[in-house]
Design a protein around this ligand. Structure first.
Ligand code: HEC
Length: 236
């Protein structure tokens, strides 16, 4: 076989193996090294011949502890981190996770007035709140919370001026930290009941802890903008 013929043959056979890439093909792809591409498996709702009840899904053995949850019921000091982790997992703290202290007779949430007692308001919290506010809120509410963010001024309705005196009037829902927390996490539904939002929710984008940090920072912004030379500081 001369050189030219063998080169042509090699090219031809390579072209056959590679096929015409991008073409639609109904036949299953050729598998030269199938490895473990197809294998028997049990799907959660599928059947199984292995167990007498014919089901794949098994009941966990008695006393099994779900992932992320500790079985301790001890209040001893050594159990504190486990209990905290369990509480976070179960979200077993309405003040921290919902900003509420239960519901009133009509079933409406009672928003807590101040940040949950479990949060210490310090410089680190405010700096975190500032960073998160600048990322998530300033586009609409502006870096000062005055509603003059680049998106906010185009928005309909206009993004709220968080220092609106009506927000700070005694009894206004916006004076309650738990209310602000809920606006952050769940947004503000349109009054027409369409399911849309005037302010979109941000609960998907941040933890509860960060939402509280933002609440603390919003309070700091409000205090700063209303500050007088005689002011002695915020309410907390
Ligand atoms: C996409 C624009 C947008 C972003 C981002 C945004 N908001 Fe708003 N926000 C609005 C609009 C618009 C309103 C006014 C809603 C209304 O009047 O119904 C509003 C209202 C509010 C109110 C007043 C709610 C009330 O009931 O009066 C608070 C508090 C608030 N926003 C806080 C925040 C915080 C904190 C963030 C960041 C986590 C944030 N917003 C991010 C658009 C935005």
């Amino acid at each position: 076989m001369n050189n030219r013929l063998s080169t042509t043959l090699v090219i031809l056979s390579l072209a056959t193996i590679a096929g015409c890439r991008g073409d639609r093909e109904d036949a299953p792809p050729r598998e030269f090294f199938p490895d473990l591409d197809t294998q028997l498996k049990w799907t959660p709702q599928g059947g199984s011949e292995m167990f007498a009840d014919g089901r794949t899904m098994r009941q966990p053995p008695a006393g099994a502890v779900p992932f992320g949850r500790r079985a301790t019921t001890s209040d001893a000091p050594w159990a504190t981190p486990w209990n905290a982790e369990r509480d976070r997992f179960l979200k077993d703290d309405p003040a921290f996770f919902e900003g509420t202290a239960g519901r009133d007779a009509a079933g409406n949430p009672i928003f807590i007035e101040k940040l949950p007692a479990s949060i210490s308001v310090d410089k680190a919290l405010l700096l975190r709140g500032q960073e998160r506010f600048n990322i998530y809120c300033s586009v609409c509410h502006g870096y000062l919370g005055d509603g003059k963010g680049v998106v906010g001024v185009q928005y309909s309705p206009a993004a709220a001026d968080l220092n609106n005196p009506a927000f700070l009037a005694p009894g206004a829902p916006q004076t309650k930290d738990g209310y602000i927390f809920n606006i952050i996490r769940h947004g503000k539904p349109k009054p027409d009941g369409s399911g849309g939002f005037t302010m979109p929710p941000y609960g998907h984008a941040m933890s509860e802890a960060d939402s509280w940090a933002i609440v603390a920072y919003v309070r700091a912004l409000q205090a700063a903008r209303g500050a007088q030379p005689s002011s002695t500081g915020g309410s907390r």
